[in-house]
Ligand binder design. Structure first.
Ligand code: PEP
Ligand code: MN
Length: 367
């Protein structure tokens, strides 16, 4: 059950039927840099002009942001070009000074969302505030922490709320800077369907050549908007150079996106979808029946192993089984990653069930 009381994206941003776009540089570097970015963004439909003022950086020698002095630049440039402005806040002091200068939207960064003490301090500073507040996902793939941060901000009275999905730090991820783990975004949506969700392909990919593709994936999932870092001279940006795009490229990306409708009332579409979904329902029931049958056989094997005092895991059998199933899955047009993930779950549960069986007392044989 959703414990959040929020107003809709359309109500707080006026945006409906197209993605909300937040664009601008990772960091404010100078008033000229902000002005040039904003001017060159005039051809794109950008709803909020972003710039980082305080930067939480991994290493102390990295550029940590201009600080308070950049706020008047951001707000002036926004006013001159008729754009609303947005920045990241990481402390109660940031909230106070950003609002004093008239920033229109605040977001809480991934490195802040991980810390409930910091989030609570920010939430306290947001009491009575009317600007929208967006909460980035925490760096770790922890939905509870993400939702907890939203609840803190919401309980402080902020109703104009949203989340930014920027991906997660996880071991073994090579393709992305921060693994998207779309399944977590989908689970978040399931739990809180009314909370607007914006995707940040810049921090997710870390590479400008992948941004269009990830932005399109967000549109394909029907997500509500995009935050894309935009810099007049990306290669020379003082932070996140590899992932920023020029304002012209941002304009092009927005134009290239295929925005999907939430649904369609077309009668033929509704009828066909119903037939196809019915087929899926039947197939899923068959799948579950088969999995249950498979488990009964696993239990039988467990009983033989118990009778013969044999271990549950036979590595050679598991290796051969996995190889066979992956090969077959690929022949059937399924991806090997999918088949592997599926079989890892099936095998884990089978081993677990077998260890339960081999530890059970054997059933008394009838006298
Ligand atoms: C940012 O948006 O500039 C930023 C620092 O992002 P994140 O909090 O996602 O790392
Ligand atoms: Mn950045």
């Amino acid at each position: 059950m959703s414990t959040l009381v929020t107003s809709s994206l359309a109500a707080w941003s006026g945006v409906e039927g197209r993605p909300l776009v937040i664009a601008g540089p990772c960091s404010a570097e100078s008033e000229e840099q902000l002005a040039e970015t904003a001017k060159r963004l005039r051809g794109a439909r950008v709803d909020y002009f972003r710039a980082g003022v305080w930067k939480a950086r991994t290493r102390p020698e990295d550029f940590e942001g201009i600080g308070d002095a950049a706020l008047p630049w951001l707000v002036r440039v926004g006013h001159q070009l008729g754009m609303k402005t947005a920045t990241e806040v990481a402390t109660a002091g940031h909230v106070e000074v950003a609002l004093k200068h008239g920033v229109d939207l605040l977001w809480i960064g991934a490195r802040t969302t991980v810390n409930p003490f910091s989030v609570q301090e920010i939430a306290n500073a947001l009491r009575g505030v009317t600007v929208p507040v967006l909460v980035k996902n925490p760096t770790s793939p922890d939905l509870g922490l993400w939702i907890g941060a939203l609840e803190r901000v919401n309980r402080a009275g902020v109703r104009k709320l949203g989340v930014i999905h920027r991906g997660f730090s996880v071991a073994g991820n090579k393709r992305y800077r921060n693994a998207p783990m779309w399944e977590l975004a989908i689970e978040f949506r399931r739990m809180h369907p009314d909370v607007p969700m914006i995707t940040d392909p810049s921090h997710m990919t870390g590479r400008r050549d992948m941004i269009l593709d990830v932005a399109q994936q967000a549109m394909d999932l029907g997500l509500d908007g995009l935050m894309i870092e935009t810099h007049p001279n990306p290669d020379h940006a003082w932070s996140d150079a590899a992932q920023q795009v020029t304002p012209e490229r941002l304009t092009e990306i927005i134009a290239l996106l295929k925005v999907r409708r939430e649904t369609s009332a077309d009668a033929a579409y509704v009828a066909s979808l119903e037939v196809l979904r019915d087929r899926i329902d039947h197939l899923d029931h068959d799948l579950l029946d088969l999995l249950a049958k498979r488990m009964r056989v696993i239990e039988e094997i467990g009983e033989y192993k118990r009778a013969n005092n044999v271990a549950t895991l036979q590595v050679a059998r598991w290796t051969a089984l996995l190889e066979d199933r992956l090969g077959r899955a690929v022949e059937l047009g399924l991806s090997p990653e999918y088949a592997r993930a599926l079989y890892e779950i099936i095998h884990r549960e089978s081993v677990k069930r077998q260890s339960e069986v081999i530890n059970e007392e054997p059933a008394e044989s009838a006298p």
